[in-house]
Design a protein around this ligand. Structure first.
Ligand code: CA
Length: 352
């Protein structure tokens, strides 16, 4: 299939907002974890596949993860993608020890910033940070936004089984809020305590485990009250909101019931009341990996048109047919332009 043309011919630019890359240095650290004793089962399943499997899919994706130049731009051109908003691929630094993670992250941010400087019309960067060292991470976020022109911070969900609502991570959230950039909460494979039955059935990765684990992480940020502590924080979640929009009614009902009965110490009344109020005021949703018109429209309906953004999920999922399908959605051109271009422009401060 011939791809749609970039450049605004459709009435909008296509800004893909959840696109991945990897540095050689991070991959070398990953190799050491894979070869070490008892690697995390989710990590072994995910990067053991993409880094070492000989299948066409694994080698195709792995080659592209490492490219921040001609190959990536050719792929974008072939699919009609004007701009990629790029972040360090899952699990990023989360799987590494604090010192290694901090070093890998700083270097990755420098490399991504360099690629963005070389291709200012095509690439926008999201800053990685090593939450294992929260104070260092806060500094790195400040550096990456103020000196490297990064437009978001990105984390690949849990940090070896820990979640961002833990008080030890407050300095990170404080820095993100203070720098006035969104936090992209990207999936990771579920942690050891959660992955068992999923792994057994081959459901641990992008097919299901990613969404369940990341959706839970997003919910924890809400129900723990962390978003009352950092009320300006804006969180982006991909994959059509990791199923949360579809669950909103029940989340609200059961959350209210649990709060009222004081069933859990960890679930106190929230300033904004319901879970859905936070989803509609503190979250943005991208359709990475979900090129499905009914789901896009449902999210626009329940979360708001101004909060639903286009994404591709390069290089993991990027058939040109998906761009064609999203172009063909039955949707007024004003809303479609918000989806493909304007919401991303505003959120990531993209100057055209
Ligand atoms: Ca992704």
């Amino acid at each position: 299939m011939t791809g749609p043309k970039k450049g605004g011919e459709a009435g909008y630019l296509r800004i893909a907002t959840e696109e991945a890359f990897a540095t050689v240095e991070m991959l070398q650290s990953f190799d050491r974890v894979l070869d070490g004793g008892d690697p995390d089962p989710g990590f072994l399943s995910l990067m053991g596949f993409y880094m070492r499997h000989k299948s066409e899919r694994a080698t195709w994706v792995f080659e592209r993860l490492k490219d921040l130049g001609a190959l990536r731009i050719a792929d974008m051109d072939a699919r009609g993608i004007d701009i990629q908003v790029i972040g360090l691929t899952s699990p990023g630094p989360n799987i590494l020890d604090a010192d290694t993670a901090t070093g890998v992250t700083r270097d990755a941010n420098d490399q991504l910033a360099e690629a963005c400087r070389k291709h200012p019309d095509r690439f926008v960067g999201m800053a990685a940070f090593a939450a294992q060292a929260p104070q260092e991470a806060a500094k790195e976020i400040e550096r990456a936004v103020s000196s490297l022109d990064m437009r978001a911070a990105i984390i690949n969900s849990h940090i070896q089984g820990e979640y961002l609502d833990a008080p030890k991570f407050y300095p990170v959230l404080e820095a993100i809020e203070a720098m006035n950039v969104p936090l992209y909460l990207h999936p990771n494979t579920p942690p050891r305590a959660m992955i068992g039955p999923m792994l057994e059935a081959g459901l641990d990765g992008a097919i299901f485990g990613f969404g369940v684990e990341t959706g839970m992480h997003a919910l924890r940020l809400i129900t723990s009250g962390v978003l009352d502590r950092f009320p300006k924080l804006q969180v982006i979640i991909g994959h059509m909101g990791e199923a949360l929009p579809y669950w909103m009614y029940r989340l609200d009902f059961m959350h209210q019931a649990a709060v009222k009965s004081a069933r859990y110490d960890t679930m106190k009344p929230l300033k904004k009341g319901t879970v859905s109020n936070y989803l509609c005021e503190n979250f943005f949703i991208t359709n990475s990996g979900m090129a499905w018109e009914p789901a896009v429209k449902f999210a626009q309906d329940v979360i708001g048109k101004e909060r639903v953004l286009y994404a591709m999920d390069y290089p993991y999922q990027c058939p040109v047919e998906e761009v064609v399908a999203m172009d063909a959605m039955e949707m007024d051109i004003k809303t479609k332009k918000m989806f493909f271009q304007e919401n991303a422009q505003r959120l990531f401060k993209i100057r055209l």
